[in-house]
Structures are given as C-alpha cells and as structure tokens.
Design a protein around this ligand. Structure first.
Ligand code: ATP
Ligand code: MG
Length: 412
C-alpha cells in the first residue's frame, strides 16, 4: 500500500467544527461590512509577481522570505497572494474603475506565506478585509476602523481585545523621523541584531517592527514619530481620533505600531488581544496612499485592514452548532417511496432532512441519533394508507401521529 499522503506543511484541512467557526467569521464580517456599504470583490489567488514585489516593499519580510513564487508553464513569474490589498488595487486599475471613486471593497479568502508554522500561524491561512479606495478624508480611516470594531463585537471577541492606533505621518514627517532614527540606530549599531543592521542600511523604519528582544529594548528610547509630525499630519491624526470618538469606538494610542509593509502613511492600527500568546494581532491595517499608483493608476489615497480568520475563529466564545436534521424513516419496503417523497417535500419547505440509503428501521434510528437528528418521522405502511406518520422528538422522546400534509409546518 502506498504511504498515506499528507497536506503540505503548514497547510491544514478544515472539517466539521473548524469549518463552522471559519464560516461564521467570514459571514459575520460580510454582513457587517455590507451594513457599512462595502461590496465584495473576489480577485484571483494567483497574481503576477510584480503585483506584490512592487508594492509590499523589496525589503519587507513578506517579499524577502515568505512569498510562494514560481514560474508557470508559460515562463511567467506568478505568486500565490500573501495578502489581498495589492490585488484589490490591481483590480481597481485593470477594470478601469479609477473614475468611480470612492469604492468600498470587502474580501474574504485564502492567503499564502512561507512562514514557520506554529499555533495560529499557517502557510495557507485566510483573511477577511476591507479597503476604502480613493478617500483622503480622516473620516474614511475612522469608518474603516469602526467597521472592524463592529465585526469583532458581533463575533463576541471584542472583550479582551483592544484597538491601538498610531500615526506614521506624511512623507515630510517620515523623512525627518527616518533621519533621526538612522542617527540613533547608527549610534547603537553594535547592540542591533544582525537582521536590523541590514535593515539600517536598506530600510531603517523596519527595525521598529523587529521581534528581536535586543532590538525591542533599544526601541524604548528611540526617537518618536510624534516629535517629527508635520502640522498637517498632526491635524489629520486628531481628526481620525475625533471621528472615532463620535463613532463610539474605544481606542488607545501606541506609538510602537508601525506595520510591516512599506506602503502605509498616516493612520496605522491594530486590534490586539492577550488571549493568543505571541500571535496577539487579530486585525491590522492603515492608510496607504501610493499603492494604486504603483499599479499604474492615478493617485488614490486609501485605507483598509485585514484580519486572520483562523485567529478570530480561535477567539470565538463557542463553535456555531451544526444544523440538526430531521430523519425520515420508512418502516417497511412499501413506505420507501412515500418516505423519499416526504424527505424532498421537507427540504423544499426549508427543513434540513435526511433519509438513510438503506437499512432496517432500527439501524436507521441509530443513524438518526448519530447525526444528532432533532426528530424522526416514521412512516408505517398502515398509517400511510390513512395519510399520517409518527413524528418523534428525539430529545424528549415524545411521539405523535401527524397528518403527512402537516408535517412540514409542524417541524418548521
Ligand atoms: P505577524 O506580525 O503576526 O506576522 P503580519 O503583520 O504579518 O502579522 P498582516 O500582514 O498584517 O500580518 O496580516 C493581518 C492578519 O492576518 C494578522 O493580524 C493575522 O491575524 C493574520 N495572519 C498573518 N499571517 C498569518 C499566518 N501565517 N497564519 C495565520 N494568520 C496570519
Ligand atoms: Mg507576518
């Protein structure tokens, strides 16, 4: 016998309760996002490698270490999407939608990153996310965050989860801050991790995102963005905070929030929980003003977030229950056809109904218990002639003769 095949490392099958949790997260998010006026887009899982290489930053962790990139049969370099923001921006441009802004987009689907697998961290994982494309107003940032907060509330995971926000400033603020950081880190070069010494040369802001304990210790005394904010950027940030208060979204400021990708400016935010150990970020995003341009479109200021479905699914207070079927059970061969007909009538009336393909009445009752059926409808030959069947509540055991024409209404 050949050895049983396994899923690819870091990828897993979702079955049973896992699927119900997963679907509950995605469907709840979709419903709440719709309430805010977002429309769902479904973009391809595979994109031209340039879509990500151009936009996520040549030195970002995702691009340097985590992308699933390969050459297809036609010789083109393609990449399994590590995130969906770049794909949505690409789609905006490819579909000629840059004339009809703003657009509010929701998405849900699988993402792929070649990371070291651990609890809450997979190589195929799933995200929900929203993007507001073509809105430069701070109100867009606030509404985007408010929608995320409402989703967390609706999922029942808001307790123990906190919103942390920060501003990364505009280009001028960033340039001045960056220069200050280079000065500071250069003076402490010997204390930096090896990775961060490379970052210092290539992209010093990324040191702020380092998970190395030594780097993190240095960060405590590093120059702060706050001291380098232009008046305009400061005003923008104040507006975002004011709108958040009006939208009744609780937040705290955390100057350490910098986000791992290159394309952010102004608002950056994370929803963090203390309930998932090291994998504490459940939803993260910010404003990105140059991304659509990178795709060949016009300047399109935008803001959005993404959240890991797996992490949200783990936080859910409970798993949504599986639907409980009604088991239709013919007692004797002559009742088989009538049972099949009744099963279908129940389904078409919106009731979850199952009929076993074969077996004695006793076996079929056992199967009904196994599928956790809520009721059994037992069709005996004699009763059938009188147009009735026995409806048995499988929780209480109570049984009652019901006219066949009334069964659907009785079980609804
Ligand atoms: P981290 O710092 O944990 O690596 P990140 O900054 O790479 O996160 P984002 O790119 O902002 O994460 O993605 C948004 C969300 O997607 C994360 O907050 C997390 O919930 C989820 N996520 C990211 N990578 C993974 C993964 N490998 N497995 C499961 N979920 C993930
Ligand atoms: Mg990561």
């Amino acid at each position: 016998m050949p050895a049983p095949l396994q899923p690819v490392r870091g990828m897993r099958d979702l079955i049973g309760e896992d699927v119900r949790r997963h679907r509950h997260v995605a469907e709840t998010a979709r419903r709440i996002a719709e309430r805010y006026g977002f429309e769902e887009w479904i973009t391809p899982i595979l994109e031209d490698t340039a879509v990500f290489a151009r936009t996520l930053g040549e030195t970002s962790d995702v691009v340097t270490k985590e992308m699933y990139t390969f050459t297809d049969r036609g010789g083109d370099s393609v990449t399994l999407r590590p995130e969906n923001t770049a794909g949505v921006c690409r789609a905006l441009v490819s579909n000629g939608l840059v004339q009809s802004l703003p657009r509010k987009v929701f998405y849900a689907g699988p993402m792929f990153r070649y990371e070291r697998p651990q609890k809450g961290r997979y190589r195929q994982f799933h995200q929900i996310g929203i993007e507001i494309l073509g809105a430069a107003e701070p109100l867009a940032d606030a509404e985007c965050i408010a929608c995320g907060w409402d989703i967390l509330c609706e999922l029942g995971v808001a307790e123990g989860t906190a919103l942390e926000i920060n501003t990364l400033g505009d280009a001028a603020s960033r340039e001045s801050w960056r220069a200050a950081l280079v000065g500071y880190f250069s003076a402490h070069r010997e204390a930096l991790s090896e990775d961060s010494r490379v970052r210092l040369e290539k992209n010093p802001l990324r040191i702020l995102d380092s998970k190395d304990p030594g780097d993190r210790a240095l960060l405590a005394a590093a120059p702060r963005m706050e001291e380098h904010l232009s008046a305009e950027a400061r005003g923008f940030y104040e507006e975002v905070k004011r709108a958040l208060r009006r939208l009744a979204v609780p937040f705290r400021e955390n100057p350490a929030i910098v986000r791992g990708l290159d394309y952010y400016s102004h608002t950056a935010f994370e929803f963090v929980t203390d309930r998932l150990g090291a994998q504490g970020t459940v939803m993260a995003g910010g404003r990105y003003n140059g991304l659509v341009e990178e795709m060949g479109g016009p300047p399109t200021p935008s803001v959005g977030w993404a959240a890991g479905i797996e992490r949200l699914a783990m936080l859910l207070p409970g798993a949504p229950p599986a639907p409980r079927p009604v088991a239709v059970i013919p007692a004797g061969e002559a009742a088989e056809d009538a049972a099949l007909g009744l099963t279908q009538a129940l389904r078409r009336a919106g009731i979850v109904a199952e009929i076993a393909y074969r077996g004695s009445m006793k076996r079929r009752l056992e199967r009904a218990n196994k599928t956790h059926a809520r009721a059994a409808v037992i069709l005996g030959e004699a009763e059938l002639a009188a147009g009735i069947a026995q409806v048995k509540d499988l929780d209480s055991g109570a049984q009652e003769a019901v006219p066949i024409a009334e069964i659907a209404a009785r079980l609804a």
